[in-house]
Ligand binder design. Sequence first.
Ligand code: GUN
Ligand code: FE
Length: 421
Amino acid sequence: MQTAFAVKGNLFYTPVCGKLARYPGAYLVCENGTVAGIFDTLPDRYQGILVEDYGDKLILPGLVDLHVHGGQYAYRGLGMDMELLDWLEKNAFPEESRFAEAAYAEAAYHIFVDALLHSATTRASIFATLHRPATLRLMEMLEQAGLPCFVGKVNMDRNSPDYLRESTAESLAETRRWLEESRDFAVVRPILTPRFTPSCTDDLMNGLGKLHREFGTPVQSHLSENLSEIAWVQQLCPGTRFYGEAYARFGLFGGDCPTIMAHCVWSGEEERALMKEQGVFIAHCPQSNMNVSSGIAPVKQYLREGQKVGLGSDVAGGAHLSIFRAMTDAIQCSKLRWRLVDQDTPALTLPEALYMATKGGGAFFGKVGSFEPGYQFDAVVLDDSTLSTTRSCTLDERLERLVYLSDGRPCAKYAAGRKLF
Ligand code: GUN
Ligand code: FE
């Protein structure tokens, strides 16, 4: 029983999509790093364990950022007047090239990890840059902070500037070396990261498929984000019927290969059917989709058709790291889609957005994103007392205000049973 402890406060979680469970003033017990249960009064068997009483504060499962670029954090909020492909060339690529220099990477990743640590996000799937040493340094920093993230060394061997491109052989050799060097991490894990089809030759994709099968490493990439990107992929891969096939033909599209695809704004019926069949995770990144003029993803339909969906900040396509912000953006975008595109599909609700931000994206990490017994103990404690109002709000109203109004900084945070602060 020594490894057990409890937190006490107003607990919320979403056991299924769209359903909000709430437990006012309850105990959430952690045993051996996982949730043991929720109790109104502490059972006898737990008498004497450490109880952290957070009073009237709100306690949620840690939020999950299913798609974020650590190597782009430094220029978040800049260059937001361009469309995707121009933005990549003028902003993303020059910035990412700076991570060749160890001192720059150290400073930039220090700022990024500090921001992530003090956000409500406990888990993230992160694109680093193509530089192996800087990627390992980011993994070390996350490990030290206690953030159980996936991190990817990016692969790019074509259609990229000279200063940010590897040869195919170099890209595969560096990736293999990075996977071998990543073995000693306890909570941080590697994820194969072909940037997107335009950046990766068939030989590189083929080699990454082999590395996946040898090391069992999952995969993340971008899919059907922006119309100009999709047209380019059609030119580059004339033999494919849809973009997703450009990954699937190398075994990099779900099934035995756990996969996150960011965006899926324009996925057609065949692509969606394959994503569903293969259990591909969709990282919905509404703010990025607005900033780089990609479009409005049909997320409510994805949920209805049983796709696996989580939320992503996609910093720096998205300017904000907060997944609360991603929740409100997702809801607002879904209203525009209903109003402007598809009157048969209603807008997202707050419990649906919270589900995507927790259990939806969390499923990529295992049993993550819920307070049901057996789930990893990831929790954030939030103080809404500073959001002054003359109204006396119900618990559900307090949650809604917190999501829409707070700066997203918790006053306490736990990941995989460990208190981070
Ligand atoms: N597609 C390929 N690379 C990127 C990137 O860095 N950000 C976004 N949003 N889309 C991409
Ligand atoms: Fe992205």
